[in-house]
Design a protein around this ligand. Structure first.
Ligand code: SAM
Length: 215
């Protein structure tokens, strides 16, 4: 019930039918997956300014509420969603986040519009396994460059797809742009079963920007 009402299932389902390759699933994320994704948010950032948390592919907000609950009170939370109707549904929920209707690829411009240089946390609920090789690479390059050096990037993934070529390519690309990539355990009771990746230490042009330069 909670998943139905809070997740905006009707609007989500309509978007999934309208744009199956963008939405990638008929069901919004459940509370267990939302909590897993949001777990990296608490304690993030704080380099003398309010932490900046970005959600990519926010949909109708199934994960956004968990992010808001986990974030510091003064955090700036920016939720990016490409589908105008889903973005409008999320806006109408008045969660106190800045909802931007845009393609996630424009993240650097969106951050600049909000007076932000880099994000402290990026939570991705994008359908990575539906993206082609070039799109995966382009997106991850953009997102890693938009992350603070001590920031964290996390992405949701459906476990059934773990060994598909697209998912393997995605893991390879994560390893290309982050020095640390940690998969989390599968949430078997989630529909469909899902897991996340938690990634730190973004590399710049293939180098870990936190690495000791004398090495
Ligand atoms: C798997 S759904 C997740 C929705 C919601 N966050 C949830 O967890 O239920 C993927 C979402 O990403 C959005 N999306 C797909 N490609 C996008 C892009 N390039 N930029 C922004 N949003 C995108 C879709 O419209 C859809 O709402």
């Amino acid at each position: 019930m909670q998943r139905t009402l809070r997740g905006g299932r009707g609007v989500f389902f309509a978007a999934a039918i309208r744009s199956p390759r963008d939405v990638g699933t008929l069901l919004p994320s459940g509370p267990e997956l939302a909590a897993r994704l949001a777990a990296v948010v608490s304690g993030a950032g704080r380099n003398g300014r309010p932490p900046v948390v970005v959600e990519l592919g926010a949909g109708a907000g199934a994960v956004t509420g968990a992010i808001v609950r986990a974030a510091a009170q003064d955090a700036v939370v920016i939720a990016i969603e490409k589908d105008p109707e889903l973005a409008q549904r999320l806006r109408s929920r008045a969660l106190g986040v800045r909802v931007v209707t845009a393609d996630a690829a424009t993240l650097p411009a969106i951050l600049a519009d909000h007076g932000v240089d880099r994000a402290d946390v990026i939570v991705s609920v994008l359908p990575w396994t539906l993206f082609g090789a070039q799109q995966q690479r382009e997106f991850l390059t953009i997102f890693a460059a938009a992350l603070a050096s001590d920031g964290v990037f996390t992405a949701a993934s459906y476990s059934w797809a773990y060994w598909t070529p697209a998912a393997r390519r995605f893991r390879h690309e994560l390893g290309r742009v982050f020095s640390e990539v940690l998969p989390t355990r599968t949430l078997w009771r989630h529909l469909p079963p899902a897991m996340t990746y938690v990634c730190r230490h973004p590399k710049v042009a293939g180098e870990d920007i936190n690495a000791d330069p004398s090495r």
